[in-house]
Write a protein that binds this ligand. Structure first.
Ligand code: HEC
Length: 188
């Protein structure tokens, strides 16, 4: 009985201290003052283990299909490169300003199962700036992005740049009249 009273008293005191701490404003939430080592460890281990556990049973579809990779490249360029960069491409100012920093996905794709890349891109990671794409992209589109990541992890900056210029050339030289058909009011 005495032990139970002591344990409860300690818990109540800890709870009061926690409430005082939360209301004090002492903790600096500025990203210029990084989390202390222990907190950083707690957050990153929790996030890593959660992603691992939740993605481990997701079946991985065949990812070697060239049209999936090509579509995945377009989607990666539209939605991911600003924050994560690519071979030879730096993160944008927005990506560079986030904390935790968006990792280089070349390394992530080398280290992680495709199912984990898929799970993170689909679900987002709370309170980090990593958006989830389940509301805007189908599962198939997210797998296309993963198919591209599996290729990008072995690409040189030159190979990535060649893909970008091939894509730009296709967009900037549309068939005669194509732009007129798409934007009749603009190209009259
Ligand atoms: C607005 C910025 C932003 C965009 C856009 C973004 N991400 Fe992220 N992403 C992040 C941040 C920040 C993290 C780090 C989260 C953390 O440390 O827990 C992250 C983490 C990840 C991770 C985990 C990698 C690792 O090594 O732990 C994957 C996989 C990922 N993003 C994939 C994508 C894909 C695929 C896209 C595009 C469809 C994308 N992200 C778009 C900000 C972004």
């Amino acid at each position: 009985m005495k032990t139970a009273v002591t344990v409860i008293s300690v818990l109540v005191v800890e709870l009061i201290l926690l409430i005082l701490f939360v209301n004090s404003g002492i903790y600096n939430v500025s990203t210029l003052s990084p989390d202390p080592g222990f907190l950083h460890w707690v957050f990153s281990r929790t996030s890593d283990n959660s992603a691992k556990a939740h993605s481990k049973d997701i079946p991985i579809p065949p990812l070697n299909d060239s049209s999936m990779v090509a579509e995945g490249f377009k989607l990666y360029k539209e939605t991911c490169v600003g924050c994560h960069g690519a071979p030879g491409v730096n993160r944008s100012d927005i990506g560079a300003g986030l904390y935790p920093h968006p990792p280089n996905l070349v390394h992530s794709a080398k280290e992680m199962q495709a199912s984990r890349l898929f799970w993170v891109a689909k679900n987002e990671i709370k309170s980090t700036g990593m958006p989830g794409f389940s509301r805007t992209h189908s599962d198939h589109q997210i797998w296309e992005i993963v198919a591209f990541l599996e290729k990008m992890k072995d690409m040189t900056p030159q190979e990535y740049a060649a893909l970008v210029s091939a894509k730009t050339a296709m967009v900037s030289t549309p068939a005669k009249g194509a732009m007129k058909a798409i934007h009749p009011y603009k190209y009259r």
